[in-house]
Design a protein around this ligand. Sequence first.
Ligand code: IPE
Length: 266
Amino acid sequence: MGGVIIKLGGALITDKDQIHTFRPEALMPLASILSEMASEGRRVTIVHGAGSFGHIEAKQAGLAGGYDPARETEQTQAVDSVRASMINLNGMVLDILREHGIDCQTHPPREWAKGTGSTFTGDIGRFETPGKVHVTFGDVVDVDGDMRFGILSGDHLMERLALEAEDMDMAVFLLNGIDGLYDKDPKDPDARLIREYNSEASYTTTLDSDKDVTGGMALKVDVSKRISSSGPKVVFVNGLDMENMRRLFAGEEFTGTVFKRAKSHE
Ligand code: IPE
């Protein structure tokens, strides 16, 4: 059985509008599914986002744009503060996973990754230790040159891990309360779920650019196109619909958006 890599979106595991607000109730039922998968011998890797533990403060201090000499003191404090918040969030995620019997190993990107976007550097081999559920997350990382630091999104970690880790079967993005990509705003009653994404399909994103320092839905779609064109298939599903997720992981019919693996890799 190949590996599965799962992104727990920051909007799912936190309340994006309330600073530092974790949603354990969203993670707990999921942790039972992940625990079952791991105990059946499935290789599971988890990447989580930041939500209100990262975006709000990072946005205020302009951290995504890197070092600004005019804001040095403010930015230095914000880098430390966002990093501390992310360790706090990661700790709460790990506690729930461990309470469900999952043997986790965490990899804070600041300790091993440098640079932002899909070309960040760092040894991805650390995610290969067998028998563990490896966990990482979007983080403030060091960047070479004048930029000094920046935000490495969990979506870019998904891309590199899905493509470079051995024998990946599927990359899954868990969304907050929506079933996948829609052709119109999902709140519009005429909106239709795009069940199979191909690059021609046009979708509508509900990215809130006021709050998000990474790329919201548009970044997920870009990353997913790249993953599925040379690696495993990608699936977007509702992270709050447990029955549907069980069906997905059991290989049954499910509701969601699939980015199919390129034909040459079938
Ligand atoms: C962002 O990571 C990291 C920080 C803002 C520190 P992500 O881009 O993976 O986070 P979400 O899923 O959008 O919250």
